[in-house]
Design a protein. Structure first.
Length: 570
């Protein structure tokens, strides 16, 4: 059983997002088109109301944070207003990051605005890559030396994430950002970027690929392990016909030149310090002599593996992208091209089917892509166990009660009942409610305090998932308590942690109360899709306007994101 520490953060992951530990995922019955349209209209009106209040906030951080969220959510609905809000956010972030003097005590604040800048860039990039690039340019620090060292690498990572987002629709922006990242150094994300660009925009991808190869000419293959790993991934993971044949020959030539310049043209004993490097060069490139005739001088280093022993070539991001698209033909082509990676490719495909709760598809993939009979039987047995685990019957309910009796900690009992109810919800609502009611009875016996409040909030979320009014009933009793906690925390600002910034509640999840509110906001889609009007009314009871605005924002965003998926785990 998972320990219930930081329960709500884990619950958010379980309820809202598919992840590696997920065992089955299903979607609740979808509202019809008219219901969705009506809910979206209400959501946009709520967002417009929040936008109207933005200038009433005192905190630059809150204006930038809420404004950035509004930009991303309103863009398709009202692009003109979204761009206007973007200019406001841009100015707030620029003023903070381009201060000429900053005391060390403000480093944490600086880091918050760096993250806000990154979040804004990624939101805008989904709609207009050039606008995102312009925002990135105008809000950057005047002097990179002003940026704390631990945040400098995040700038390059941001450029590459933006480039990946732009790769599908705006290859020129992606190329420009890829070049900027290349100037800062060679990272494996550049390979993933080239691969993504090449799927739809080969000319720009090949330009960046050629420039990467040019940069490798002067790189230190001998002493820099990052360079070696990068070069190996590039030569193995991006080959003709995807890669330009002439440029690929140049890349292989870089390997051969490094080998010959470092004594690999001679026969050396295995004890020689250069032997390991020479073996690595030759084993990194399959059919090396086919691409560079000079490699005949390296033939004595050739091993039976012929390029497979070191191969970790295929970008995992490429596999994930194709798996999510269910692009079977492309995945099979990759597996054929990288036979040593076949188990990883097909394992990821099977895993995704299991996470989606599509047992039939998972069974088909196991039978088709797992050649080892013993391994195939084991995976099919696990699949049958998963289906059995999700079956609700008297025997299963009795097992639950037995396990509950073996769990002495009331909070762990509540956790176990809640997770089991979540798992049963779509198959048997009555069974789920029965378990939630049992958990509620245990919570009522707990000592009043943080653990009891956290447990009630968790149950409120799950009751809403089961379309039970008890979820809102719980929240109606808890919101006044949350207001008291916020008021007390504000009075203790600076003692436990800094809950306030510029006189307002900061949204950085500081302290236990801040973390509680932030994690609770992530469950907003569940409340919103159960009863939007009631959720808005309830969140309007938050006394601090900045918290109330953020709650309204999250409810509206939950509707625009679509009905949340239920993810269950054993």
């Amino acid at each position: 059983m998972i320990h219930p520490h930081r329960w709500l953060l884990v619950l958010v992951l379980i309820v809202l997002f598919s992840s590696g530990f997920a065992r089955a995922q299903q979607t609740a019955p979808k509202p019809d088109k008219e219901e969705i349209a009506a809910a979206r209209e209400k959501a946009f009106k709520l967002l417009e109301s929040v936008a109207d209040q933005l200038n009433t906030l005192q905190s630059r951080e809150n204006r930038a944070r809420i404004g950035s969220n509004l930009v991303g959510s309103l863009w398709k609905h009202d692009e003109e207003r979204a761009r206007s809000l973007l200019r406001l956010v841009q100015e707030e972030i620029r003023l903070e990051l381009q201060k000429t003097e900053r005391p060390p005590t403000e480093n944490a604040r600086y880091g918050v605005f760096v993250r806000l800048r990154h979040d804004t860039v990624e939101r805008v990039a989904k709609h207009d890559a050039e606008a995102a690039l312009e925002f990135l340019k105008l809000t950057g620090p005047l002097d990179e030396e002003q940026t704390p060292y631990d945040l400098r690498d995040s700038e390059r990572a941001l450029e590459l994430r933006l480039a990946k987002q732009a790769a599908a629709d705006n290859p020129d922006v992606a190329l420009k950002l890829g070049r900027q990242a290349l100037e800062r150094g060679l990272t494996r994300d550049l390979i993933a970027l080239v691969w993504r660009m090449n799927r739809k925009h080969r000319p720009q991808a090949q330009i960046l690929y050629k420039e990467i190869v040019e940069k490798l000419r002067g790189a230190d293959f001998v002493n820099d392990w990052n360079i070696k790993y990068f070069a190996q991934q590039l030569v193995q993971g991006f080959q003709p016909p995807e890669a330009d044949a002439a440029t690929y020959r140049e890349l292989v030539g870089v390997f051969v030149t490094n080998a010959l310049n470092n004594n690999c043209g001679n026969k050396l004993s295995d004890e020689d310090p250069w032997a390991g490097f020479c073996y690595w060069i030759v084993s990194s490139v399959r059919d090396i002599e086919k691409f560079d005739s000079r490699a005949v001088r390296l033939r004595h280093w050739k091993q039976d593996s012929d390029g497979e022993s070191y191969s970790m070539a295929l970008p995992y991001e490429a596999v994930d992208e194709l798996v999510k698209e269910d692009a079977i033909e492309d995945l099979e082509a990759l597996a054929l091209k990288h036979p040593n990676m076949q188990p990883i490719i097909y394992q990821r495909l099977i895993q995704q089917a299991r996470e989606d709760g599509d047992f039939q598809k998972a069974r088909k993939y196991i039978e088709r892509y797992v050649p080892d009979a013993d391994r195939q039987r084991e995976l099919l047995r696990e699949l049958d166990e998963e289906k059995k685990w999700l079956t609700v019957n008297e025997e299963r309910m009795a097992q639950i009660q037995t396990r509950l009796a073996e769990t002495p900690d009331p909070r762990q009992q509540v956790w176990f009942l809640a997770m089991t109810a979540n798992m049963f919800g779509l198959r048997d609502r009555n069974a789920a409610l029965k378990l939630l009611n049992q958990a509620t009875g245990i919570v009522d016996t707990m000592t009043p305090g943080k653990k009891q409040t956290e447990s009630r909030l968790m149950l409120a979320v799950l009751y809403c998932y089961e379309k039970s009014d008890r979820g809102f009933a719980i929240m109606e009793s808890v919101v006044p308590k949350l207001n008291e906690l916020v008021d007390t925390a504000a009075k203790l600002d600076g003692y436990d942690t800094n809950y306030l910034r510029d006189g307002e509640w900061n949204m950085s999840a500081n302290g236990s109360v801040g973390e509680l509110l932030t994690n609770l906001s992530n469950t907003a889609p569940i409340f919103a899709w159960f009863d939007f009007d009631r959720a808005v009314s309830l969140s309007s009871q938050f006394e601090r306007p900045e918290i109330r605005m953020m709650a309204h924002l999250k409810l509206a965003q939950g509707i625009l994101a679509g009905p949340p998926k239920r993810v269950v785990q054993d």
